[in-house]
Design a protein around this ligand. Structure first.
Ligand code: TNX
Length: 546
């Protein structure tokens, strides 16, 4: 199949039909249980959306569905509260959204969806499950509406719930800045894929992107750089444009994004990097470094020696002040404190750091990093939050309650799970969407590395070497989109899609339902959905042997 696709550049229509006689049930991610029915449910001007009484939230979700149907079927069914008007109950031809405590065994995110020719019933224990079921209904609708044609949903019975609790996607807005409008668009893509976590990488060497009222220079100075690296070929000297580049989000904008995500049942996890990847902050407040600077916001990519000084008390009060402003903006439980790629070069020669090590009886700079992280964790815990960090936080001893995000393979996560710490798997080998996804000569410049769609699909977040009890510490997985070489919204979408669709199935679908050939077939419909969203997705999967 992939060979044929390579020849034709896109799936020929006849192949699609032969391969999948009912493309309209081509759901991604594949539900836990799906039984195709007979016939279809027609959406007509007489259709109403009934919702149970006593749930404002269900009414809101009903409105979302009504608007969807306006867009895809040209009718906008009224949202009717059960019992509140006549007829008081949903009848033939209606859609019914219902909360049912009896569905408790499916958990907060599970749902059942029954599409019959006479009626549609979407039920869940919680509104969250109803919202996820709504994403399934969206996929049952045809991606492109035939002009004037009647729109119907294929009959189907679905009983569904996710495999993992943490289904995440990350976005780096430091290396390149993306406006609120795009961040919302990105969150929409996540929601359409039934993801529930958006990891927002807000600070790094090349730009500080979140307003902190107590330290205005973080954004007035740290939010801007003089020039950006153009291309990067190892056989050529670095070249920069010399344009001032940057941007940041006000706290009001952050709240707006968080609300937007909440409406889509997506938790936003902010990341404030420490002690490394801090040059933008040090450019604004050089007294927080070991040397005193001065520094410029970085325009090169990489790992830099100048990091927050662990010997300086001011560093800790500064970071606590920053987190005091950041944490209330994000209602979720987790705060990401980075922890990756912090060279110990400066700490090794810094008298204050060495004095701290002596006073605290720390045997090396790794233990000093652990001291740093543990101190920050205590503060985060004192405010009722849990800290998560990249797997380097294992070095020198893990903070007592910290969760670990494993990026240098799965080893860090495996070790952390054995120590009974919660883990999110995001291995560079399977989950780095900054890597190229097709034949190198046909792809835009990227970070290096090769991650075709099939390899994302093969991602297995739970290490089999863990015992069943240890496996429980694996919350789930996520993919990361680092943006060193991603300067535009269009390219960010290109790197995200279609790999996000494979990730969604990895994180949602039970292993027994996973099938690469079936996924490839269902993707034919998914590509049409991308088109209906106006997304600039990659067609590289057709150009590379999967
Ligand atoms: C490593 S992954 C980094 C990032 C880079 C990325 C490029 C991680 C925790 N740190 O700073 O952007 O590689 O792939």
């Amino acid at each position: 199949m992939s060979f044929l696709l390579g020849l034709f550049g896109a799936a020929p229509a006849f192949a699609q039909q032969a391969a999948d006689p009912s493309p309209s049930t081509a759901l991604i991610p594949m539900p836990a249980h799906l039984t195709p029915g007979r016939g279809s449910f027609a959406i007509t001007a007489a259709t109403s959306i009934y919702v149970d009484a006593n749930s404002q939230e269900l009414r809101r979700i009903g409105q979302v569905l009504s608007q969807d149907l306006q867009a895809s079927a040209g009718v906008q069914p009224p949202v009717v509260v059960v019992g509140k008007s006549r007829p008081g109950k949903p009848g033939s031809g209606d859609i019914y959204l219902s909360l049912r405590p009896a569905l408790d065994s499916l958990g907060a995110e599970g749902y059942t969806l029954s599409v019959q020719p006479s009626q549609v019933v979407l039920a869940a224990r919680d509104p969250h499950g109803v919202f996820l079921g709504l994403q399934t209904i969206r996929q049952l609708l045809p991606p492109q509406r035939a002009a004037g044609g009647a729109v119907s949903l294929p009959a189907v019975e679905v009983v569904d719930q996710p495999r993992y609790a943490w289904r995440g996607m990350h976005l780096d807005v430091s290396r390149h800045f993306f406006p609120v409008s795009f961040v919302k668009q990105y969150i929409d893509y996540l929601a359409l894929h039934k993801l529930n976590t958006f990891h927002w990488h807000l600070t790094d060497d090349q730009g500080w992107r979140i307003e902190i009222k107590k330290y205005p220079r973080l954004t007035s100075v740290g939010g801007w750089r003089e020039g950006t690296l153009i291309g990067h070929y190892s056989d050529q000297p670095h070249q920069f444009d010399n344009l001032r580049y940057g941007g940041f989000y006000t706290q009001e904008q952050i709240r707006e994004v968080v609300r937007y995500a909440q409406d889509r049942y997506i938790t936003v996890v902010p990341e404030i990097e420490m002690p490394g990847h801090a040059v933008a902050a040090l450019a604004a407040y050089p007294e927080l470094s070991c040397t005193g600077g001065p520094f410029k916001v970085e325009r090169l990519w990489g790992v830099f020696d100048d990091i927050f000084c662990a010997g300086n008390e001011q560093t800790f009060s500064f970071l606590q002040d920053v987190l005091t402003e950041v944490m209330p903006l994000f209602p979720g439980r987790m705060v990401h404190l980075g922890g990756d790629e912090a060279p110990k070069t400066r700490w090794r020669t810094c008298p204050k750091c060495q004095a701290r090590m002596k006073a605290e009886n720390l045997k090396d700079e790794h233990e000093l990093q652990s001291y740093f992280v543990q101190r920050m964790e205590k503060f985060v815990n004192s405010r009722g939050k849990t800290m998560i960090g990249w797997d380097e936080i294992l070095e020198g001893g893990l903070a007592p309650n910290a969760a670990v995000m494993s990026w240098r393979g799965m080893e860090g996560g495996t070790t952390a799970a054995r120590q009974h710490h919660q883990v999110v798997m995001a291995p560079g080998s399977h989950a780095y969407f900054d890597h190229a996804q097709g034949e190198a000569s046909l792809e835009p410049l990227s970070f290096g590395g090769f991650l075709p769609l099939s390899k994302v699909y093969a991602f297995e977040p739970t290490p089999t070497e863990l015992t069943a009890a240890e496996q429980q510490y694996v919350l789930g997985g996520q993919a990361n989109l680092w943006t060193e070489y991603i300067a535009t919204e269009q390219q960010a979408e290109y790197m995200l899609l279609p790999r996000l669709s494979a990730l969604a199935e990895v994180l949602w679908t039970p292993t027994r339902q996973k099938s690469w050939p079936s996924f490839q077939q269902r993707m034919q419909q998914q590509y049409r959905r991308y088109e209906s969203w106006g997304a600039s997705y990659s067609r590289s999967a057709f150009n590379v042997r999967q």
